[in-house]
Design a binder for this molecule. Sequence first.
Ligand SMILES: [Fe+2]
Length: 193
Amino acid sequence: MKNMVAECENPHVRKFEGGFKGIERCWRDVGARMLPVVHSLNEISPDPQSLAGKLLSQFIAYRESLFWEQTYSKADHVVGDALLSGYAFSEITGQLGPFISNQLRSGVGVWGANVEYPMHWHDAEEIYWILFGSAWFQIGRDQPKSFKKSGEIVFVSSSVPHFFETRDEPLVMLYLWQGGDLRQVSEFERKIS
Ligand SMILES: [Fe+2]
């Protein structure tokens, strides 16, 4: 992950590089936990030529050793059953991740086919970097949706509402967060009854 960020010329990604400095010196065992959607990684064949594909291969190989979690629960009434049964993320750097950082939250997220991540926002600025699959993104409340596929990068400025929906295959993304409360629970536009 560190190498991918270091070699990327995207100016938004460049802003996150400092967060990886010295990160390997501060490690802890956070244990392992599986969530059902992670099994969809079994269906994926990463591209062995690209850095993204190599990183994805590592996540697939170590998927059962990672700690997979979700930010929301049914009681929060902010996301529906389809998302709750169809997403998981594993923090790699951050306040709770195996590599401890108060500056950079990063990790890998897996979303199943045909799930919608409703419009939400948070103080941290964010990068989504698609490692596998594709999705329709909306960044900004009045902006049109745009289609993004494997290898593409989506930048979200601080507090800008954003949404995405997956298509007919799993979506795997690297995410990067910095600025604000790194474990902030996102604000959502609407409550789900
Ligand atoms: Fe976000």
